[in-house]
Design a protein around this ligand. Structure first.
Ligand SMILES: [Fe+2]
Ligand SMILES: [Fe+2]
Length: 281
């Protein structure tokens, strides 16, 4: 299989992220990259053949993990290739984090590859969104590192003490809004969801209720803008660095002086769990 060096580095979070990895981490990362490429080839082959909800459910006990598990706790995998043989996959070794970790440290050491978040935020910037919406786009799927299931809620919760109520709202409700079209802004139901959830999937009652609530809320468009800038078909050759958003983070994310994971908020332990996801208890 052909390895595109530029694409590989971008997929790992850019030159800066690769530089801080040790030899073993790099080897693991290369292995992940190669298995992702195999997934991509399978996705192209499967295109247009969507599973039903029942077919996806029938695979639950064929895996050694649950699909809702956070990204930091399971090897790299793709929702777009439910038939992938993941039996030989491993999780990468994680680099240690500084004593007082900042949000940027998480982007560099725990979230790579964070291309989806970085490119969504860049798109929001290009589309002239407000700084708060750009920040919401940058953080919208950060909850997935802890838990993929209900990720909008997890994502909103981990940042709630550090960002405005409006940013929290946009992150929380993007999860529900992703399922519902809004022709007024050109948002359609994502084709990838036919593969992820099953072609006949109906959103759960709490998601339907969250949609109804958000649809009538004064900040509806904030959450909606997260979905319109939620970029899946991102270009692997475009490298976006977190440094592009340093100023916006500085103005709109209240970085605790003790470091994320060591301050005293109701979500401190969640950041600490992401610092050490290998802790056995
Ligand atoms: Fe999301
Ligand atoms: Fe997303």
């Amino acid at each position: 299989m052909e390895v595109n060096r530029k694409e590989l580095i971008a997929s790992l979070g850019g030159e800066a992220a690769v530089k801080v990895m040790d030899h073993e981490t790099r080897a693991d990362a290369l292995e992940d990259y190669l298995s992702r490429r195999l997934d991509e080839i399978a996705i192209v082959k499967n295109k247009g053949r969507y599973p039903t909800v029942a077919e996806l459910e029938s695979k639950v006990d064929k895996r050694g993990y649950r699909r809702g598990a956070g990204k930091l706790f399971v090897h790299e995998r793709s929702n777009q290739n439910p038939d992938a043989d993941d039996s030989g996959k491993k999780v990468p070794r994680l680099a240690p984090m500084p004593d007082k970790p900042t949000l940027i440290d998480f982007f560099q050491l725990r979230f790579p590859p964070a291309a989806h978040l970085l490119q969504s935020a860049r798109l929001a910037k290009k589309n002239g969104m407000s700084e708060e919406i750009i920040l919401a786009c940058l953080l919208h799927d950060a909850g997935q590192y802890l838990c993929r299931a209900d990720h909008g809620y997890w994502g909103a919760q981990i940042v709630e003490p550090y960002v405005s109520e409006r940013v929290t709202f946009a992150i929380k409700y993007h999860q529900a809004l992703r399922f519902y079209a809004d022709p007024s802004v050109g948002y359609e139901y994502p084709e990838s969801y036919y593969m992820t959830f099953g072609v006949d999937y109906v959103p759960l009652p709490h998601v339907q209720a969250a949609y109804e609530y958000a649809r009538n809320h004064k900040w509806y468009m904030d959450a909606r803008m997260v979905t319109t800038n939620d970029l899946y078909a991102f270009d692997p050759n475009v490298e976006v660095s977190i440094s592009e958003f340093t100023d916006i983070i500085g103005r709109h994310f209240k970085q605790p002086k003790e470091g994320l994971g060591y301050d005293n908020t109701p979500v401190t332990h969640m950041w600490r769990t992401m610092i050490k996801p290998d802790a056995p208890l």
